[in-house]
Design a protein around this ligand. Structure first.
Ligand SMILES: Cc1cc2nc3c(=O)[nH]c(=O)nc-3n(C[C@H](O)[C@H](O)[C@H](O)COP(=O)(O)O)c2cc1C
Length: 488
């Protein structure tokens, strides 16, 4: 029986054997035995033509069973990474690692120019997968491998995306493997442009960027900074591998449910300050945290949110229109200006009273003793909006902050004010709710089936963010059960 000396095999076959055996965690000799056994059993992978090299033809695109999957690592997604011919191609080697760290399987395609910057061997060794380079191969077209590379993945990433590759994409060219995959793709495409700042600023590139954006291609970068060319700086540096991996991960995440999409939600928050004179005011201990948390949760659920806030020490929530006010009257003005809305949530601790006549100048201490502070009632914002004839929001939710007889007082408030739901919370000092981060609430709602009946749903102690998310979930569920009449 003849013996086989692996050392004497040609380089392409040796490289293939080394990679395949590393992937399968066998010695090269064992791998050869497995290949021969597969050959005899008629289930061998082809080892001919370019498949024998690390740069395989599309014909050899195997079903997705990567080394990571075989090693028992649960993969969350797969990416086809197209590496273009730019100096930043070296960063793509790190990108492969970053994607794999995130349990994303990576299959790489190198353009002809890319192979001038990184070798298929290095890319293959890092991805633990074959690398694809050629569109035309005599044996390839029987199973349209380029179509499989375009579709047998969850996302296509192009990094670096050269000016040339972007022009081809924008123009719909398909004269090499990379551009053919991109044209045949029915997956999301993320591109990380990398080029000289003058190439990036060129009118042709601007047109291509605009066209690709219209076509739904997602971009990451380019960043601004020093370029590889000595003395050159500007916009054109490829984003760092970690930024591209994070962007890919974002695109791979399942879409977040947005149950309040298309709804306009008005929220009030915080205390009001009722002026006594230009320097003094009547206030309360409300921090505004609960109302702000509800605004953020409603925004995350897809709603258009208008937040009318009294004076608070909080940052405006992102993506929310915020109107800052001082007094109850000012708050009512802004609330009315925000109508019509689909849902109104009145979480502000509005002062019940204000001084009858605000001093135009700072009140002075006099020998006559304390100045009399005559109080008058402030407008009742919750009742005013709940009882509106034409612009009443279809769902009005009030808050009842009580220090005693919580449920009874909240039930009475629900009836008196004419709102649909009340969120009741105990704000007696021992609870630490006012200004604190946690809240214990009860959701009271009119049971429309039985007139006058009020359902009480008591929630466990939660953070104010959790209360906000829970409230938004209740709103979304109630919309799903009984859609609102659109706000007029
Ligand atoms: C040293 C060198 C660096 C290059 N760097 C870039 C680059 O960063 N971005 C770019 O768009 N083109 C760059 N090019 C030009 C591309 O390699 C050239 O346009 C090539 O045709 C791109 O091919 P591809 O898009 O198929 O990868 C570079 C060329 C050379 C010689």
């Amino acid at each position: 029986m003849a013996s086989l000396t692996i050392r004497k095999l040609d380089e392409g076959v040796k490289t293939y054997l080394r990679l395949r055996s590393a992937k399968n965690r066998r010695s090269v000799e064992e791998e050869v035995r497995v290949i021969l056994r597969e050959l005899i059993e008629g289930r061998e992978e082809p080892l001919t033509g370019s498949a024998a090299s690390t740069a395989a033809s599309p014909a050899a695109v195997p079903q997705r069973t990567s080394a990571l999957a075989e090693a028992g690592v649960t993969l969350i997604a797969s990416v086809t990474l197209i590496i273009g011919g730019g100096i930043a191609a070296y960063k793509s080697l790190d990108l492969i690692r970053r994607l794999k760290e995130r349990r994303i399987e990576v299959r790489c395609v190198l353009t002809k120019a890319a192979q001038q910057f990184v070798t298929p061997l290095a890319v293959s060794a890092l991805s633990h997968e074959r690398v694809y380079t050629d569109l035309f191969d005599p044996q390839s077209e029987f199973d349209a491998g380029h179509i499989r590379l375009a579709r047998d993945c969850d996302l296509i990433v192009v990094a670096p995306a050269t000016a040339d590759l972007m022009a081809k994409m924008a123009g719909g060219h398909a004269d090499d493997l990379a551009s053919a995959i991109l044209l045949a793709a029915n997956r999301k495409i993320l591109i990380a442009p990398a080029m000289n700042p003058l190439m990036w600023a060129n009118a042709a590139t601007r047109r291509n960027v605009a066209q690709l954006t219209r076509d739904g291609v997602a971009f990451i970068g380019p960043n601004t900074g020093e370029m590889a060319e000595a003395g050159e700086a500007g916009t054109g540096r490829m984003s760092e591998a970690i930024e591209i991996a994070a962007a890919a991960e974002r695109l791979l995440r399942p879409p977040v449910p947005r149950p309040l999409a298309g709804k306009r939600v008005l929220i009030t928050a915080g205390p009001t300050h009722e002026p006594i004179d230009p320097v003094r005011y009547i206030a309360n201990r409300s921090s505004g945290k609960q109302g702000f948390a509800i605004a953020a949760a409603a925004q995350a659920a897809g709603a258009e949110v208008i937040l009318v806030s009294g004076p608070v020490d909080l940052d405006d929530p992102a993506g929310v229109t915020v109107r800052h006010v001082e007094s109850a009257r000012h708050m009512l003005e802004q609330v009315e200006a925000a109508l019509p809305v689909d849902i109104a949530i009145f979480a502000a601790a509005v002062a019940d009273w204000r001084v009858a006549s605000e001093g135009a100048q700072k009140l002075k201490k006099t020998s006559a003793g304390m100045p009399p502070l005559q109080l008058v009632e402030n407008p009742d914002i919750l009742a005013t909006i709940s009882k509106m004839k034409d612009k009443r929001p279809p769902l009005v939710i009030g808050f009842a902050a009580e220090t005693e007889h919580l449920i009874d007082n909240a039930k009475a408030k629900l009836k008196r004010k004419g709102c649909d739901w009340i969120v009741a919370n105990d704000v007696s000092p021992a609870t630490g709710v006012m200004g604190g981060d946690r809240n214990t609430v009860h959701l009271l709602s009119k049971n429309s089936e039985k007139d006058g009946d009020i359902a009480v749903d008591s929630w466990p102690v939660m953070t104010k963010e959790q209360v906000a998310t829970e409230l938004v979930t209740h709103i979304a569920k109630s919309l799903a059960d009984k859609p609102l009449e659109p706000a007029s």
